[in-house]
Each structure stands twice: as C-alpha cells, then as structure tokens.
Design a protein around this ligand. Structure first.
Ligand SMILES: [Zn+2]
Length: 355
C-alpha cells in the first residue's frame, strides 16, 4: 500500500520534472520556501529564532566521508557522504547566523570513525547531537522509494528511551519534510522512527553512545531517481538545511521543563527516604506526564501543581548506588532533557544525589 502510494507520487513528480525540458507548465524539482526568496523576511526569521538559538551549542555530524564513500545511487551520480556534508555546512551557517555555537564531526571529506563521532559530541560541551544522512532502499524497495525520516534512540517501553529525543525528531522531521516537499513516509504517523526498527535492542551506534539529546536524520533517499536530480544541487541542500534549522528553532521555542533537586534527602519518621524535586516550565507542566523511576522501577510520588514540587518517598534503600530517572512534559507536549542521576546511600544511611 505504502509502496504504491510512494510510486504514484514520485511518478507524478518525475513526469513533471521531465516536462520541464519541453513545456512551460513544468513543475520545478524544488522551490525556495517563500521566506528564503526575500532577504529581509529571511533575516527577520533568523533574528526571531536567535531568541531561542543564541548561545546554544549544537553538534552536527555529516555521516560517512573519507574512506567511507561507498553509498551512491546505482549510476554513481550522488555520493551520500558529499550531500550530508553540504547540508551540514549550510545548517552550520544558519545556526551561527542565529547566534548558536556549532561543532562538527568533519568539515571536509575525511574519515571519522563511527565511535569517535559520539565521543567528539559528548566531549564538545554541545547540548544537541544531529547526525545528517541520506537513505538507501531495503531489499523490498527500489529506486522509486523516497521519503524523509528522523530517528530517535530506543523505544518508549525501554528504560533507555528518552522522550526528549523524539520531541526533537518530530520538530526537525516536520520542517525538513515541508521544506523539501518530501513527505515523512507512511511507516510512522509523524515520520519519526525508533532506531530499534533498524537494529532491534541496539539502535544506531551514534545515538546509543550519545550522552546528549540526539537524532539521526535521513533527509531523503540518495538512490531515488527523483532525488538524484536535485541532491547534488547546492541550492537544494540550502533548502534542506533551512528546514532542519527551522525545526530545531521551533523545538526550542516550545521550551521544555527544567527539573531541579530541592533537597538531597530527608528521612521521615518511618525510615523512608524523601527526595524533593522542582519542576518548572514557562508553559506549565502536564501532571499526567510525570514519571519517577528508582532502580528502573516506576515509583509513586506526589506532585503539587502550585509549588511545582515533586515529593518522592521510597522505602529505605540499601547502602550503595541507586539509579534515579525523572521525566516530565510541558503543556506543549515537550519532555524534559534526560534527568538521570545516582542516589548514593552511605553506610550510615545518609544520602546524596550525584551525576
Ligand atoms: Zn548514511
């Protein structure tokens, strides 16, 4: 069903593209979004977005490159590594215009080990990791297959899953797909996918090893007979970067809850541990979204809407290290960054929270 639909859409687009040689009714392969055509409008948008992007640290990873240049379409016209890099360099330009600080895994065509990419990101001090790729078809697909997809790590039932990754993926996916005029495909409702779909229980190395919110974008299929007509065009790569730029800015504009520890620990009269946290977001907190885990098990807690305080009472914990995880979403549906800490209980049962 999905394949048939994609086939239909692409056929129309290719037919339209071919028409451009002979007919004045031709539909172009791509078009600048209206705001990119007008310098003043574009500048204003960048200025507006700088309210959310200025001072933000963002790590961009152009997939492949150097010795890894094997991903090409069947005629060798488009090399994925090169398209990834052009999108990244354009995205860097837009982000810097809006005042963000950008780090790159590579700035030219060179080999960067897969494991080293997440290490670079983790050590850079960046707050986000965005890996840029272009897709190729699986066994059951062909060179008509073409859709935009954005991956987040793990699945929501697994402890490793951080919903903030999916939020970031949703925003980037939507604006990228819109800018490219390439839909998100029908394999998921919003064009975002768990990386467990590709590698069950493991996901993508760069996402699994990243300690900061991370997404991997498969902008389009570099093997698609339609995309090969435009992916080597620098102007089109600017449009792709612009879509990702807007998605990231809108994600930041929608804000996310901040979680802070109020008191390390108190003991109540019944030898229970009591931990107190403060949840805050300018749009308000969705109380139903709050979850608190100790040693990977969900715990009961109380939440006071007025003060924003979460009170967690647990039975006495054994001396040693315990895992704490809290998630909460704001009224826009955006989740907090991962709040994963350790509860350290000493032999005298005094407690402190550590990273
Ligand atoms: Zn790739």
């Amino acid at each position: 069903m999905r394949k048939k639909y994609i086939f239909g859409v692409i056929s129309i687009l290719i037919a339209a593209g071919l028409q451009s040689c002979s007919s004045s009714l031709a539909v172009p392969l791509f078009e600048y979004p209206p705001e990119m055509k007008d310098a003043a409008v574009r500048e204003n948008i960048v200025k507006d977005y700088s309210a959310y992007l200025a001072g933000k640290k963002i790590f961009l990873d152009a997939g492949h490159g150097g010795e890894d240049r094997k991903n090409k379409d069947k005629n060798g016209i488009v090399t994925e590594a090169d398209v990834n890099l052009r999108v990244v360099l354009n995205l860097k330009k837009y982000l810097e215009e809006a005042g963000a600080q950008v780090f790159l895994s590579r700035e030219d065509d060179k080999t960067v080990d897969l494991g080293f990419r997440s290490e670079l990101a983790n050590n850079s001090g960046a707050e986000f990791f965005i890996s840029i790729h272009h897709n190729a078809p699986g066994k059951s697909e062909d060179d008509f297959t073409d859709y935009t997809s954005t991956y987040y790590h793990a699945k929501d039932e697994s402890y490793e899953y951080d919903p903030s990754n999916r939020d970031l993926a949703r925003y980037i996916e939507r604006d990228l797909a819109y800018a490219m005029r390439n839909s998100g495909g029908l394999g998921s409702f919003d064009g975002t996918y768990s990386d467990y779909i590709i590698y069950p229980g493991e996901g993508f190395s760069v996402l699994r090893k990243s300690k900061i919110p991370a997404v991997l974008v498969e902008c389009a299929f570099h093997t698609s007979r339609f995309e090969i007509l435009r992916l080597n065009n620098e102007e089109f790569n600017q449009i792709q970067a612009w879509g990702i730029f807007k998605g990231l800015a809108k994600y930041l504009r929608a804000s996310k809850p901040e979680i802070k520890i109020v008191s390390d620990s108190l003991m109540d009269g019944n030898d229970n541990f009591v931990l107190e946290f403060d949840l805050h977001d300018s749009t308000g907190i969705n109380p139903k979204s709050i979850q608190v885990f100790v040693d990977k098990r969900e715990k009961e807690f109380t939440y006071d809407k007025v003060s924003g305080k979460v009170l967690l009472k647990t039975d006495a914990l054994q001396p040693g290290e315990h895992l704490l995880k809290i998630v909460a979403a704001n009224k826009n549906g955006n989740y907090s960054f991962p709040f994963r800490k350790k509860i350290i209980v000493s032999d005298d049962l005094s407690v402190r929270i550590a990273d």
